[in-house]
Write a protein that binds this ligand. Structure first.
Ligand SMILES: CC(C)(COP(=O)(O)OP(=O)(O)OC[C@H]1O[C@@H](n2cnc3c(N)ncnc32)[C@H](O)[C@@H]1OP(=O)(O)O)[C@@H](O)C(=O)NCCC(=O)NCCS
Length: 231
């Protein structure tokens, strides 16, 4: 699939022989409900039966750690088909020194458009914008296969761990500025924006068009990955 970037960041793309115009821009208020719907469709039954990420999107925009400048949608021929959102997060070293960093998520592409390079476009574009805003490190928790080709690496390579000194297999790090992490041990903590009220999330989902909650094999892959650590 050939992808070519134009100077103004509108991107021409040729997907399965059809030409479509792509544009990545900041999310606007009028996109809120479609972005929540895309998030719901992208995540439903992938990690657990149902999902809560669309509720997270619904509430996180109002949190002080949310970064509107890094809230992007991807339009294909004028239709929003994907989204990425960032929040501030924190690294703390063994002396208690704190460093403000970023994490992203949810990142979503409508299921029928997945695996065409759109997610990668959103990630790479937003990483570039994050660097321009002066951020120098991104830490994420997710399936490594989605992110390694965007330059994310195992957290252990940067000595970034979680409480207890463990290195989750699903935790990846990207330096936006080389040497931003200087090898000392860092402990990662995400924003409280991620701590959603699960009951409220269920009630939010119940008001929407019904989708069938079911088991899928990807949930087992998620269980394995999220309970694995790098020695
Ligand atoms: C994750 C997601 C945003 C990626 O977007 P996408 O447009 O499908 O991904 P891309 O086509 O840009 O592919 C990016 C990379 O991820 C890999 N990838 C994408 N989906 C994958 C899958 N299900 N399993 C393994 N690898 C996958 C691709 O092979 C590609 O790697 P490569 O460049 O080394 O070939 C999208 O698949 C999605 O919305 N998934 C459901 C929600 C989700 O899981 N979000 C991430 C939370 S951790």
């Amino acid at each position: 699939m050939p992808l070519c970037f134009e100077k103004n960041m509108t991107i021409k793309i040729d997907v399965r022989g059809e030409n479509g115009m792509l544009d990545i821009r900041n999310e606007r208020k009028e996109d809120y409900s479609i972005v929540e719907e895309i998030t719901r469709k992208a995540f439903y039954n992938v990690y657990v039966p149902g999902c809560m990420e669309h509720y997270l999107v619904h509430v996180m925009r109002d949190h002080e750690d949310f970064i509107p400048e890094l809230d992007f949608v991807l339009e294909r021929d004028g239709q929003v088909i994907g989204n990425i959102m960032y929040t501030k997060a924190k690294l703390t070293d063994e002396d208690g020194t704190e460093k403000e960093i970023l994490t992203f998520g949810p990142v979503s592409v409508l299921p029928e458009y997945q695996r065409n390079g759109y997610g990668k476009l959103l990630i790479n574009h937003s990483c570039q914008k994050a660097a321009e805003l002066g951020f120098d490190v991104i830490v994420i928790l997710g399936s490594p296969a989605n992110y390694v080709s965007c330059g994310f690496q195992c957290c252990k390579k940067y000595n970034v761990c979680v409480e207890g000194g463990k290195y989750p297999a699903a935790m990846l790090v990207k330096e936006l500025k080389e040497g931003a992490l200087d090898g000392r041990k860092w402990y990662y903590s995400e924003s409280p924006a991620m701590n959603i009220d699960e009951q409220a999330a269920v009630e939010f989902d119940d008001q929407l068009e019904p989708m069938e909650k079911k088991w899928t094999p990807s949930q087992e892959a998620f269980y394995i990955m999220s309970n694995s650590f790098v020695e």
